[in-house]
Design a protein around this ligand. Structure first.
Ligand code: SER
Length: 613
């Protein structure tokens, strides 16, 4: 069975059981400053897991492209990737453990034909605040899973939240105990990556077992005082990595040999003149990174030195360096753009990747050009160094992307010393620790915890959007937004700098609407109806026939001078949006526009802060 068949079987299986298929979210989420990338299927659904009504109902299914930057150093064996597709099904306060585990088992054993004896399950062993999951144990037993195929683990393995075990969850974060299913690869003794340990068990990571699905019972929310409180609804969040399911169904642990990678590997082989089997580590890194980079570019990310753009840059530069490792320093790193087109071929017809080959190649070629220049500069820098130590080597690695092996080679060639590996690795570890801390910090105080301040900023952003249209005209349209607990940032289409008067007028309008203490309504309506009402904003869910919209100020009579006078059921602002928002505008306080600048041709950016009254 190839990936297309498995993906479709999963979706159809849950559709036949009352689930609605929802479109995948982008890899970079709008309005979620708490995280750089979509890294799980549940992430775009947080408001609905917190009991907000979803336009498509209480049972949902989809395939969600995900990216986990923290796994970048793990790639290079046969089963680790930074990019993956997560097949997911959700119960938003509808069915719970009984249905979920029964369906999960039926899907794996009947629909996908996995042999029962090769499947193992794990369960939460309980702790001081959440009981051992005997309910799920009884269900697995009733399905015929033998005791020696059932394992209990603690919070480190069988608890899921976006930020890990309960003690790492920030206030407001949701999560719960989970039950994972593992597939046992019997051909593993021949596999160079697998090491049998005497005490091997499903969760030991030796390569014999692979987790292929995780049913999370999201029923808790972390409180300010550190305790866990039961949510008003009990949810199911199931996620199964498609790449892993394909590996299990075909009983081949090497994901890079599956149809999800074969075209990409072929393309690398053609361009490099090397063969995958001879050089699996570099090729798997290149294949994974090119795929991830392609999906990021299709999500609108461009290489830069900040946030998502920096991660994309790192991926592409690693690809270039690995390619050089394989083929020696070459002039043809621009050909790497060609490899990326094979990613488009791989996902053709899935609706998951929408970008033209020309656009994709432009972005990658441009970055490769820049990198060539950086490489030249780096080589000149090396000329100046007499003695290299671990710290200096790490600097070169950081600044120019030269891996240690390359630096060693160059210095050996020059007879200029040798590098202390331990020193280099120490620097490297320090750096990894720093970036981990930085990315886990991203979870704090944003929409992930639905903090009051971020919610206020979010509603203020809607008011700002409409105020800009009132002041500048209906050609103003949202291009992006990013909200943190400190400020809002709003990008919109407009072709010139705003005057000081226009900025002041916009700010005054928003503050006026705040002062009027307008009511905020949430509505689920047919897409056609929302369009009729002239709801504005970014609308990405291409296939949804029902949509979520937020209106501020029902029955509002627009300013006589406003340029955007279209009827919209009396709402001052009406936008496609998943929330959350404040209940009435008065509690926002007062906003101040702190900056107005260009971000690219025809796009302006405003930053604003909530200030004390
Ligand atoms: N959220 C869970 C995970 O990412 C299951 O979907 O594993």
């Amino acid at each position: 069975m190839d990936s297309k068949v498995i993906r479709q079987k999963f979706i159809d299986f849950f559709k036949a059981r009352g689930h609605k298929e929802i479109a995948a979210a982008k890899l970079v989420l709008e309005n979620d400053p708490t995280t750089l990338f979509t890294s799980s299927g549940m992430q775009p659904l947080v408001p609905y897991l917190l009991a907000q009504e979803h336009p498509e109902g209480k049972r949902l299914v989809n395939s969600q492209p995900c990216f986990r930057a923290e796994d970048i150093e793990e790639v290079g064996d046969n089963r680790h990737t930074t990019f993956f597709e997560m097949l997911g099904n959700w119960s938003l306060g509808d069915y719970f453990k009984e249905e979920q585990l029964n369906w999960c088992w039926e899907l794996l054993t009947k629909e996908l034909g996995l042999p029962k004896e090769k499947l193992y399950v794990s369960l939460f062993e309980g702790d001081k605040s959440v009981p051992k999951d005997m309910e799920a144990y009884d269900i697995w037993k009733s399905l015929g899973v033998a005791d020696d195929h059932i394992f209990f683990y603690g919070v480190d393995k069988n608890w899921w939240s976006r930020s890990g075990p309960p003690n790492k969850m920030p206030p407001g974060e949701i999560g719960g105990p989970d039950s994972e299913v593992f597939f046992e690869f019997t051909q593993v003794p021949d596999n160079p990556y697998a090491h049998y340990y005497n005490d091997c068990h499903p969760n030991c990571n030796c390569g014999r077992f692979l987790e292929i699905g995780n049913s999370v019972f999201i029923q808790y929310q972390k409180q300010e005082d550190g305790s866990l409180k039961e949510l008003s609804q009990k949810n199911v969040d199931f996620g199964g990595g498609l790449e892993r399911l394909v590996a299990a169904v075909n009983n081949n642990l090497d994901m890079f040999e599956s149809d999800l990678f074969s075209k990409i590997i072929n393309s690398i082989e053609n361009i490099s003149g090397r063969v995958y089997q001879d050089i699996t580590d570099n090729m798997s890194i290149i294949a994974d990174h090119v795929k991830a980079a392609t999906f990021l570019i299709a999500s609108g990310v461009t290489p830069s030195n900040k946030l998502q753009g920096y991660v994309l840059r790192r991926l592409l530069r690693r690809v270039a360096v690995k390619f050089n490792d394989m083929c020696g320093m070459t002039d043809n790193i621009k050909d790497l753009a060609e490899i990326a087109t094979s990613v488009i071929d791989t996902y053709e017809g899935t609706g998951l990747l929408e970008i033209s080959k020309t656009d994709l190649k432009l972005v990658i070629t441009d970055e490769m050009d820049r990198f060539s220049r950086t490489l030249d500069r780096g080589l000149k820098e090396i000329e100046k160094i007499d003695v290299i130590d671990g710290k200096k080597a790490f600097e070169l690695y950081q600044t120019f992307g030269f891996p240690l092996e390359v630096i060693k080679e160059i210095f050996k060639g020059k007879g200029k010393g040798e590098i202390n590996q331990e020193e280099f690795e120490e620097e490297f570890k320090k750096h990894q620790e720093l970036s981990r801390t930085a990315s886990s910090g991203m979870f704090k105080g944003g929409l992930a915890d639905h903090s009051e301040i971020v919610t206020k900023y979010h509603t203020a952003t809607h008011l700002l959007h409409q105020a800009l249209r009132d002041v500048l005209g209906p050609q103003v349209f949202q291009q992006g937004s990013n909200i943190t607990a400190e400020r809002l940032r709003f990008d919109f289409s407009y072709d010139r700098k705003m005057t000081d008067e226009e900025i002041k007028h916009t700010e005054d309008l928003v503050n006026q609407r705040i002062k009027e203490d307008l009511k905020v309504d949430h509505m689920i309506v047919d897409l056609d109806k929302a369009k009729q009402m002239n709801a504005i904003g970014l609308f990405d869910e291409k296939y949804a026939d029902k949509v979520s919209i937020y209106g501020v100020g029902p029955g509002y009579k627009l300013d006589a001078g406003a340029k955007d006078q279209r009827a919209r059921g009396g709402y001052y602002s009406l936008e496609f949006c998943g929330g959350p928002h404040v209940k009435h505008s008065g509690i926002i306080g007062r906003i101040k526009i702190t900056k107005e600048e260009a971000t690219s041709a025809g796009v302006r950016r405003i930053r604003a802060e909530i200030v004390l009254n």
